[in-house]
Design a protein around this ligand. Sequence first.
Ligand SMILES: [Zn+2]
Length: 158
Amino acid sequence: MKKLFILLVILLVTCIATASILDTINQIPAWLRTAIGGTILVYGVCWAFSWFSDPIVIAFETNNPGHWGPFIFVDTHILDGASPDFRDYFFTHEYGHYLQYRLMGPLTGIVYWVSCQISKAKSGNIWEGNWMELQVIEWAHRNSFVPKRIWGWPKWKR
Ligand SMILES: [Zn+2]
């Protein structure tokens, strides 16, 4: 009898909570719902893309080369001036981040941020104790990723 009572209370609380969540969602203005839905759609499409394809590599002059979602951004100076070893390592390292993204999707940024905070507390900087970086560094030394095509860099021929 006591178990049934507890079950009924849980059911009642769940119903009230769901009803107020639905009311709250229903009160969100249409433009904001569209913006939120559009953002979820973009994130979802980007994440799904990572399961079907290699990353899209884009070259331009930047001080912040790296990975975001389905993209790898490469500085043209890495393509022009860096040694082939460094270039290959760069692409493989960033591809490692792409694989992390394939697993964690939109949570990647949050997990990376947490990893940075833990690293800061442990070592005073965001790199040395950052498991997401350490994992990719270790992985990139044993693997190789060469992009088939680089957008914005017609000289790239493989
Ligand atoms: Zn990295």
